[in-house]
Design a protein around this ligand. Structure first.
Ligand SMILES: [Zn+2]
Ligand SMILES: [Zn+2]
Length: 305
């Protein structure tokens, strides 16, 4: 009897330590990896994708070890949807972003002779922090605009999710996924390993912020980085209540602009909490147009009748 009593608290204490340190340790490992990456690896853009996907799989697996809500448990239907969006994002959306936005922006910078030598002389960690801040600053304002304009129709499918899991940050309307992947980072002179590191960090933090995992996050980490508590509150059911905690990875930006709200939500979704099919997520931005056509048809039918 005594032995059992002694062993149980020891196990939960070690689990608590692991789930306290997991998020900061993952970010530290990503920074260390890119800080020491040999130059030969910097030609391999696929490595960024491979690390992002490996991080997603690892965070999803943690759901089996320390689940947050039974109602968010990954099932076959959710897994297939998540897989579809992971492939869509890394095979199509990120390629489109590179070809349609990043490369033209880099070409324009070159043609106009824009240089930012000072960013090249920063220490590696400061370069990564700068890249992360630039990406997050743009994402924050675009996301905030989506909650306060017609762009909501592209972002709403992400909010109709009825449960959160590691890859849910990549689930939404493709137009929205493309828009939020845009950034002006190509304007700045930064070494590739710092930019790749920032991409992997935002991917890892977004996976943590959507994961069905109970972390015991240190206070200092929660101050700077987005975690599942404020992000689940952002996914809460009432539309008005979603207008907070916009930052994808750096919750610090919400604190800076007064949109941070403490708390969390276990029940997520919109309206009747009806889960959307992939086809409905794709067609969602057309809803106001289809409603207007239906309205004018109904009106002409009633006047002719
Ligand atoms: Zn949102
Ligand atoms: Zn989200």
């Amino acid at each position: 009897m005594l032995k059992i009593r002694r062993r149980r608290p020891a196990l939960s204490a070690s689990k608590r330590i692991v789930f306290t340190l997991f998020q900061p340790a993952t970010l530290a490992l990503i920074v260390l990896f890119w800080a020491r990456a040999p130059a030969s690896l910097l030609d391999q853009a696929w490595l960024v994708t491979a690390i992002s996907i490996a991080t997603l799989v690892m965070v999803q697996a943690l759901e089996f070890v320390n689940e947050r809500h039974a109602g968010w448990r990954q099932n076959r239907r959710e897994l297939l949807t998540d897989l579809f969006y992971v492939i869509l994002y890394f095979a199509v959306i990120s390629t489109l972003e590179t070809k349609l936005a990043e490369e033209p922006l880099a070409a324009a910078k070159h043609a106009l002779g824009i240089t930012t030598d000072w960013t090249l002389h920063l220490p590696f960690v400061a370069q990564v922090a700068f890249a992360l801040f630039v990406m997050e600053f743009g994402q924050y304002w675009l996301h905030r605009l989506m909650h306060n304009s017609f762009l909501w129709w592209t972002h709403a499918p992400h909010h109709h999710l009825t449960q959160l899991n590691a890859a849910k940050g990549l689930v939404g309307n493709p137009l929205e996924l493309f828009l939020v992947s845009l950034s002006v980072i190509a304007v700045f002179d930064l070494p590739l390993n710092a930019v790749f590191c920032a991409y992997n960090l935002t991917g890892a933090i977004s996976a943590f912020a959507h994961a069905n995992v109970r972390f015991y996050t240190p206070r200092w980490y929660r101050y700077f980085f987005t975690t599942v508590e404020p992000h689940s509150l952002h996914h809460t059911v009432g539309f008005a209540e979603t207008r907070c905690n916009y930052a994808n990875a750096m919750i610090l930006i919400d604190r800076m602009f007064g949109t941070f709200r403490e708390g969390e939500a276990a029940v997520v979704g919109q309206e009747e909490r009806k889960r959307l099919l992939i086809s409905q997520q794709f067609m969602f931005p057309l809803r106001p147009l289809l409603a207007a056509i239906k309205g004018s048809r109904d009106k002409s039918a009633s006047t002719s009748g």
